[in-house]
Design a binder for this molecule. Structure first.
Ligand code: HEC
Ligand code: HEC
Ligand code: HEC
Length: 439
């Protein structure tokens, strides 16, 4: 219902924008001409080293996570991406000349990456995060291009055609969107050191951290200013705030961030689950200095490292709370019949690992129990945890088959009440229904 109202509002907004913008559109370079095919692009020789660097960069950009569909050839496209505007299918970006980008010149590829325009001049939807890739340097784009042309096998798959409802099917409308939201290439900030600038470049550009961690406005553009990195729902998980609103009970430090980003786990923050697992797996293959640089940038979003005494005090408080929560349930839960249903599920299914000295980091220290949305607890319970490569031992059973919707909801409410001091979540049943794919 809510979703429908939002989409309705979106439709109105966009329709109004298109109407109001019709005149403005004429002034914009709306229909960039087609860039001719280069039939010899594939046979042009690409430096092996350049292509290898491009492969590492393509991992950071997570190209495969959207362009490789389940069971499909690498980068052959056809993955269905759910957006508030409808389902968008990713393109075939293998070097196949007919169905992929095999005939594309570097100029056409660069224009797609930075301006979201296909070779034939069609505007692309920002489900392709070119609003982040716009910041990638010529050098890095050329390396990525060399990787696709030299090292990826051509596949002749034709992905399904994206067909959104009116007005989103009018791709020209995207010219206006771009005029409003496409960022300028990044400038070094001379007030900050080289490490911070490197981190900002990687996080804001190829790493597109904000594509998941920043909430979006009604037109699907990431918010800026204070709202940047404020936390958002994406692909059925909640990507926590990375700015000053970070829900982490123990404040992040550079060291903890580096652990989390490289191994996918930190003793005081727990696991990188959901869509963060793939990000961590990609970061593992990056240059270590680059991961430190990203960590330095994320720290700056949170106002920098806290003074030692303040950090230690916050750690002490969080650990005292976690110890108490793990030792037993807070007074009051025993009298609450609904909570007791959750307590029974927890004792039977979860406590074995989630107990003091158990297999997992304390649930009270991880972000999941403290988020504004219950979805990560619901998802972890249903799907279990397939840990990132750096922390392979830390897996968790999937309970989606064994537990009923009511049991999942009950244990979710219980986890909140026992492991967080935040108020109860309002729509746990809705989150379970969404995770089951019914809403
Ligand atoms: C979050 C998902 C996502 C990620 C990550 C992503 N893409 Fe895409 N990409 C898409 C979608 C969806 C489209 C099709 C958009 C449309 O049809 O309007 C697309 C389109 C493209 C196109 C245009 C193809 C054409 O035929 O017009 C190119 C080139 C491309 N992506 C390259 C890349 C590269 C290189 C990377 C990694 C650096 C990457 N993409 C990462 C989702 C993604
Ligand atoms: C076989 C051991 C095991 C069982 C059983 C288990 N877990 Fe976990 N759980 C883990 C591990 C390991 C992790 C991740 C490691 C860490 O955070 O240290 C984890 C992580 C989590 C997280 C954090 C997820 C995230 O991505 O932030 C939640 C929430 C969670 N478990 C809830 C539950 C609930 C609820 C149950 C019972 C229905 C349960 N777990 C049963 C081992 C288990
Ligand atoms: C495809 C979506 C996506 C992208 C891209 C992404 N993240 Fe995440 N991130 C998530 C999700 C979802 C979680 C929650 C994981 C969980 O609860 O287990 C998360 C969790 C985190 C956390 C832990 C926060 C906390 O307080 O527990 C950090 C730190 C983080 N991400 C940093 C980054 C950085 C840095 C980047 C860019 C290099 C990035 N993320 C890119 C989806 C994403």
């Amino acid at each position: 219902m809510f979703a429908r109202i939002v989409v309705g509002t979106l439709a109105l907004c966009l329709a109004a924008l298109i109407a109001a913008g019709a005149a403005a559109l004429m002034l914009l370079p709306v229909f960039p001409p087609e860039i001719p095919l280069a039939p010899d692009a594939k046979s042009a020789s690409f430096d092996r080293k350049l292509a290898a660097r491009g492969e590492t960069l393509a991992m950071l950009g997570a190209c495969a996570s959207c362009h490789t569909r389940e069971g499909g050839a690498p980068y052959a496209g056809g993955r269905a991406l759910a957006t508030p505007f409808g389902t968008i299918y990713s393109s075939n970006i293998t070097p196949d000349v007919d169905k992929g980008i095999g005939g594309w010149t570097l100029a056409a590829f660069t224009r797609a990456m930075r301006e979201g325009v296909s070779r034939d001049g069609t505007h692309l939807y920002p489900a392709f995060p070119y609003d982040h890739f716009a910041r990638v340097t010529d050098e890095d784009v050329a390396a990525i291009y060399a990787y696709f042309m030299r090292s990826v096998d051509p596949a002749a798959d034709a992905p399904p055609v994206t067909n959104l409802g009116f007005p989103f099917n009018i791709r020209q409308g995207l010219a206006l969107w771009k005029a409003m939201y496409l960022p300028k290439p990044m400038q070094n900030d001379p007030a900050k050191d080289a490490e911070w600038n490197r981190g900002a470049y990687l996080a804001e550009g190829l790493g597109h951290c904000g594509a998941c961690h920043t909430p979006r406005n009604l037109l699907g553009a990431v918010k800026t200013g204070q709202d940047a990195y404020g936390g958002a729902l994406v692909n059925g998980w909640y990507a926590p705030a990375l700015n000053k609103a970070s829900p982490a009970p123990v404040p992040w430090t550079t060291k903890a961030l580096v652990n989390y980003l490289m191994d996918g786990w930190d003793a005081q923050h727990g696991i990188a689950g959901g869509s963060m697992t793939a990000v961590v797996n990609a970061l593992r293959d990056q240059n270590e200095d680059d991961v430190f640089a990203i960590a330095a940038y994320v720290m700056s979003l949170q106002g920098g490292q806290r003074p030692q005494s303040q950090q230690e005090a916050r750690e002490r408080d969080a650990k005292a709370f976690a110890d108490k929560a793990e030792a037993g349930e807070p007074a009051g839960l025993a009298q609450d019949a609904q909570m007791q249903a959750g307590a029974r599920v927890f004792a039977a299914r979860c406590a074995e690992c989630h107990k003091p000295g158990g297999r997992s980091a304390p649930l009270a220290l991880g972000a999941a129990a403290h988020l504004p949305d219950p979805i990560n607890v619901v998802r972890a319970t249903m799907e279990g945890i397939k840990p990132p490569q750096g922390s392979l031992g830390r897996s968790m059973t999937a309970f989606g088959q064994q537990l009923s919707d009511a049991e999942i909801a009950a244990v979710t409410r219980y986890v909140r009440a026992r492991f967080s001091a935040q108020p109860a979540w309002s729509d746990v049943d809705g989150a379970v229904a969404r995770a089951r794919g019914r809403q």
